[in-house]
Unconditional design. Structure first.
Length: 464
């Protein structure tokens, strides 16, 4: 199924946001856009920090997205401007090699990741010139995947501007791979849901091969997103990649203990597949093989029979050689991270099963799974933060049946499942307990606390 063409017609008259985007485009470039591209952010309902381990996750697209207005021209340049003054303009030559500075994740590098991904896929030596204005309303660095929405939007823009055509699955795979140029060793959840989402349904995203399966959420409950108002940029810190590395090392240590061939063995899901067993069995193996005390580099090298040099080049990633304060990461919590991953992978499948089978107590069962997921993220994976824990707690006290951090964590958003008849009182109670007491949070409340429904995937539009 190719995504471009066909293009969808979009009437701008009743759409204030797009009308503003068009006006800004015309003011900035003195011409009209040829087309628009849009890619949504997402909320992950369950399955945190397991996509890069190869396990399935269960997100849905949200209404918030990144829009680009684009004209294709003979300028020999790519010009990028942004509706938000926080993000500065940039122009680069189409004949220049695209270089992405991992040490300094500026906004346009995310866009250039998408451009580079398409350029490499088709071996394009000289890209078409284009002028773009970007307008995003996904809260940045808040676990709703603004970065991937921007990368996916850029991938789509570049495909269209260079008159190429790709399937949604191919676009998702290319964008997942090319977003890694920014330095984060992400899985493929965000780019996959951005391209494969369909209105009205959440999706189980499976990897290798990539597949999105409809998951009908239960009637009688809604999902509410609340932002703890603390941003965490993944590429500018090493928290995320340290977790990826810990999972990689845990895979190696468990594989070694089972006498498996270490070559190419990098993901916990791969290990489970090779052992042809269940996540529950893998949890037992983790307890048997790994100790809860953090592992030192020396202990890992000794157990795996590798040198310190091999440890650095084969297991660490660029920004985990040193952590945020430029101190090398020296300790790795392998037991806790592997426990989280196998437990969370099993919760995703149970969540889907409840949605499919619809037992009478569906809402309670799903809520319990979400609560277990948050506890695991907080205690085993240590990717929450005091503000998020406080918010989740408030959400539960305000009437949510389940509440958990969503996305990478260390800040950003929580997602709560709330019985439909309690939504208004829930919103009011969270507003009063979390947002209003703090003037900074109160000022951000409108865009930080909202009900969300499964939205559609990325698309190209022309004015119509
Ligand atoms: P997320 O969890 O939202 O994906 P990241 O920290 O990975 O967060 O990425 C956020 C970065 O994406 C921002 O710092 C910015 O560089 C870029 N970004 C997000 N939204 C926009 C936007 N509307 N315009 C330009 N860049 C954006
Ligand atoms: P966020 O930070 O929410 O966009 C990140 C990763 C996902 C996934 C989640 C945690 C990227 C682009 N995204 O999402 O792949 O691992 O964290 O479940 O790296």
């Amino acid at each position: 199924m190719a995504i471009n063409p066909p293009k969808l017609k979009i009437p701008l008259v009743d759409n204030e946001r797009l009308q503003n985007l068009k006006n800004e485009f015309e003011r900035h470039y003195g011409e009209s856009p040829n087309f628009y591209a849009c890619a949504p952010g997402r909320v992950n309902l369950i399955g945190e920090h397991i996509d890069y381990c190869g396990f399935s996750v269960l997100p849905m697209a949200i209404e918030q997205n990144i829009f680009a207005a684009v004209s294709v021209n003979n300028s020999g340049t790519i010009q990028l401007a942004n509706m938000n003054p926080r993000y500065n303009n940039i122009t680069l030559s189409c004949s220049e090699e695209i270089v992405i500075d991992r040490t300094n994740p500026k906004w346009y590098y995310y866009f250039l990741c998408g451009v580079k991904g398409i350029q490499e896929t088709f071996g394009i030596t000289r890209l078409s010139g284009m002028s773009c204005v970007i307008d995003g309303n996904v809260p940045p660095s808040s676990g709703l995947s603004s970065s991937s929405a921007l990368v996916c939007c850029a991938g789509l823009v570049t495909t269209e501007a260079n008159q190429k055509s790709l399937s949604r699955v191919a676009l998702a795979e290319i964008c997942a791979k090319c977003e890694q140029y920014i330095g984060t060793e992400g899985g493929g959840m965000d780019q996959s849901i951005s391209f494969l989402a369909e209105k009205g349904t959440a999706k189980l995203i499976e990897f290798e091969p990539l597949r999105a399966i409809d998951v009908q959420l239960p009637a009688g409950a809604v999902f509410v997103i609340s932002n703890c108002c603390l941003e965490m940029n993944k590429a500018a810190s090493s928290h995320y990649n340290v977790r990826v590395v810990e999972c990689r090392i845990a895979t190696k240590m468990l594989g070694q203990a089972k006498g498996l061939n270490q070559k190419g063995l990098l993901k916990l899901a791969q290990l489970q597949k090779e052992m042809n067993t269940s996540s529950e069995e893998m949890l037992l193996l983790v307890d048997e093989v790994l100790h809860p005390e953090p592992y030192s580099r020396e202990e890992i090298c000794k157990a795996l029979g590798i040198t310190s040099q091999q440890f650095s080049t084969e297991l660490l990633s660029a920004n985990t050689q040193h952590d945020v304060g430029s101190v090398a990461v020296t300790h790795f919590k392998l037991h806790q991270r592997a426990k989280h991953v196998y437990g969370e992978a099993s919760r995703v499948l149970r969540f889907k099963n409840v949605c499919d089978c619809k037992p009478a107590e569906s809402i309670q069962l799903l809520g319990d799974l979400m609560n277990q997921s948050h506890a695991s993220c907080r205690d085993l994976y240590e990717c929450s933060c005091p503000e998020l824990d406080q918010l989740v707690d408030i959400c539960l006290k305000s009437g949510a049946v389940g509440s958990r951090l969503t996305g990478a964590g260390w800040g950003g958003c929580a997602v709560s499942m709330v019985p439909s008849d309690k939504v208004q009182s829930f919103l009011q109670a969270v507003r009063e307990a979390y947002y209003l007491p703090d003037p900074r949070r109160a000022a951000m409340e409108k865009q930080s606390l909202f009900v969300t429904k499964p939205g559609g995937g990325a698309a190209i539009y022309v004015e119509g």
